[in-house]
Design a protein around this ligand. Structure first.
Ligand SMILES: [Zn+2]
Length: 104
């Protein structure tokens, strides 16, 4: 039996593409010095910059189930750990696997 292109393309499209995100670098939040809040004795406020985590993300690793580890120009991220994929087809179904929240 011959399985032509039609078959393999279909099989491929049924497999959801997966993007795994991992945080590989952190630094102490300079706004709260790692406390995660403003240090007030009574009703401390959660630090806005790190949202109570005490740490900011400085490096991430993004691994695509199709292309493997993505180069730095294929994604962007911010200190809160939000990752933005660049150059991906909007219509493509991609399952994004994020680190657990809160991460540590
Ligand atoms: Zn902070």
């Amino acid at each position: 039996m011959h399985l032509g292109w039609g078959w393999s393309e279909r099989a491929f499209s049924l497999m959801a593409r997966r993007i795994s995100i991992r945080y590989t670098g952190f630094r102490e939040c300079p706004n709260c010095r790692g406390r995660g809040d403003d240090g007030a004795a009574w009703r401390p406020r959660v630090c806005r910059r790190c949202r109570g985590r005490g740490r900011l993300v400085t490096d991430v690793e993004v691994v695509d189930s199709v292309e493997g580890k993505l180069p730095r120009d294929r994604y962007d991220f911010n200190a809160r750990g939000e990752v933005f994929l660049l150059g991906f087809d909007e219509d493509e179904e991609i399952e994004v696997i994020r680190p657990e929240d809160p991460w540590d």
